[in-house]
Design a protein. Structure first.
Length: 179
């Protein structure tokens, strides 16, 4: 995919709370321990990232892209008597960022715009905690205006649902780009 900004910012989701939540969830999912407590956690983090190794939206030359913004991560879950995170849980993350993309070779338009991503995970246990069911929804949007008056936009929407039998019952991905 030519839009590295999506993968860079999406990696913040995967490397952050989601990896921790998923690991703890599946580690504890089969335990039959009684639930000790429901908790909610919210984390807000500002960030700035720069990379220069791929083309920006609809362009075929490398750009230096800087994204500066904020991540809000929210988790509602339960813990068992041992303090392990167990289903059901709901993980939600939103990232908003300003984006500036400048061509490395100095030719072509400079783009200024914004980025928004949304990730929602719902994980629940069924059959007395021995099986996991999951729903995952992701929305990503980049909109930018070029110094030459051009506009670029990318929208993505991905979703999947896994039932208690481990079967994917819903799965789709929609990507729309306009240059």
């Amino acid at each position: 995919m030519e839009v590295r900004i999506l993968s860079v910012l999406r990696s913040r989701v995967l490397c952050g709370g989601l990896a921790l939540v998923a690991g703890l969830t599946f580690m504890s999912a089969a335990s039959g321990a009684a639930f000790a407590e429901t908790f909610t956690s919210t984390q807000v983090e500002k960030f700035s990232e720069t990379f220069s190794d791929e083309a920006f939206l609809c362009q075929n030359r490398p750009y230096t892209v800087t994204a500066t913004g904020q991540t809000v991560t929210h988790l509602t879950a339960r813990t068992d008597a041992a303090g392990n995170i167990v289903p059901p849980l709901r993980f939600h993350e939103q990232i908003h960022a300003k984006v500036v993309a400048v061509p490395l070779d100095g030719t072509g338009p400079t783009y200024v715009g914004h980025f928004h991503t949304f990730d929602l995970e719902t994980i629940r246990s069924v059959k007395h905690g021995t099986v996991i069911a999951e729903t995952d929804t992701d929305h990503n949007k980049v909109v930018a205006k070029g110094s030459d008056g051009s506009r670029v936009r990318l929208q993505e929407h991905h979703h999947f649902t896994i039932n208690a039998n481990g079967d994917v019952t819903v799965e789709f991905g929609k990507v729309k780009a306009s240059c």
